[in-house]
Ligand binder design. Structure first.
Ligand code: FE2
Length: 250
C-alpha cells in the first residue's frame, strides 16, 4: 500500500486541498484494505521481545500511558515487566508500540511513500500501533497532539471518536483534559465510528478522545511533522535480506 491508495477514494488532490485548509478528513474505504499491513504474529513477536526492544511497549491507564519496565537489571535497562504487562492486558488496558515504521517491509514502504508525498516539505513520519485485546479497553483522556499531524488507519475492529473544540483559551502547554473537566473547557463537534478500512486525518492540536467500544482492535496511527532542520535526513528503511545473504542467494 502507498500514500495514493491510503487516501483513496478521496484522492490525493482533494486530500492536499483540505490539508492546506487545516481540515479534518474522514475517509471511508474498503473493509479489508489495512487488514494485512501488520499481523497479530508480528505484534506478538515484538511484545515478547521484552528486553531487546529499543522503545518499550507503553500501557495506557488512568487516561495516560507509561512504560512497564525494570531499569536496574544487570544486562538491560529497558526490560519489560512481562507478568505485570500480561496482568494489565487481562484488566483491559490498551497499549501503544511506537517506532514501528519498520516492523515489516509493507509498513516501511507505506511510511516512505507518505514522507515522499510531501516533496517540498521535510516531512518525517512514524508508526504507532494502538492495540486493545478486549472491548472497552483503556484510552487516553481527551488530548491534543502537536506539532505532529495524524493519519489514523483502522485495521481491525472499530474505534469511537469524539472531536472537540475549546470553549475558552487554554494555556499552550495543556495537552490533555481529564474527563471531569471536559464540559468545562471542551465542546463536542464531531462524533463517529471508524470501521475496518476507514482512515482519519487530523491536523495538529485538535482535541480528541478515542475508545474501542465493540471488541478488540488494531489501529495504525501515523504521526508526521515537518522537520525544518535541513541537515536531518529521513529514516533509511532499506530492507536487509539477511537470510538470502547468509545463504549466498543475494
Ligand atoms: Fe492522539
Amino acid at each position: 500500500m502507498n500514500f495514493d491508495e491510503l487516501v483513496a477514494p478521496l484522492g490525493k488532490n482533494k486530500f492536499f486541498g483540505n490539508f492546506a485548509k487545516g481540515a479534518c478528513m474522514l475517509i471511508r474505504g474498503e473493509r479489508d484494505r489495512f487488514a494485512d499491513l501488520v499481523s497479530l504474529e508480528e505484534i506478538e513477536l515484538r511484545i515478547n521481545d521484552g528486553c531487546n526492544s529499543l522503545t518499550p511497549v507503553q500501557m495506557i491507564g488512568g487516561g495516560q500511558r507509561r512504560e512497564i519496565i525494570d531499569k536496574q537489571l544487570a544486562w538491560s535497562s529497558v526490560a519489560t515487566r512481562k507478568t505485570d504487562l500480561l496482568q494489565m492486558l487481562r484488566e483491559k488496558h490498551s497499549f501503544i508500540m511506537m517506532n514501528m515504521s519498520q516492523i515489516n517491509p509493507r509498513i516501511a514502504t507505506l511510511i516512505d511513500s507518505i514522507e515522499a508525498a510531501f516533496p517540498n516539505d521535510r516531512v518525517q513520519a512514524d508508526l504507532h500501533l494502538y492495540v486493545s485485546t478486549t472491548a472497552d479497553a483503556s484510552g487516553y483522556d481527551a488530548h491534543r497532539d502537536f506539532p505532529q499531524h495524524k493519519l489514523y488507519l483502522q485495521a481491525v475492529g472499530s474505534t469511537h471518536w469524539q472531536v472537540f473544540e475549546t470553549t475558552r483559551p487554554l494555556a499552550s502547554d495543556v495537552r490533555a483534559v481529564p474527563a471531569e473537566e471536559e464540559t468545562d473547557c471542551l465542546r463536542l463537534v464531531k462524533e463517529f465510528d471508524l470501521n475496518p478500512g476507514d482512515a482519519f486525518y487530523m491536523p495538529p492540536a485538535v482535541f480528541h478522545k478515542v475508545r474501542n467500544l465493540q471488541g478488540p482492535r488494531l489501529s495504525l496511527s501515523i504521526p508526521f511533522a515537518n522537520i525544518t532542520n535541513q541537515d536531518v535526513p529521513r529514516m533509511d528503511r532499506t530492507y536487509i535480506p539477511f537470510k538470502e545473504l547468509f545463504e549466498g542467494k543475494s
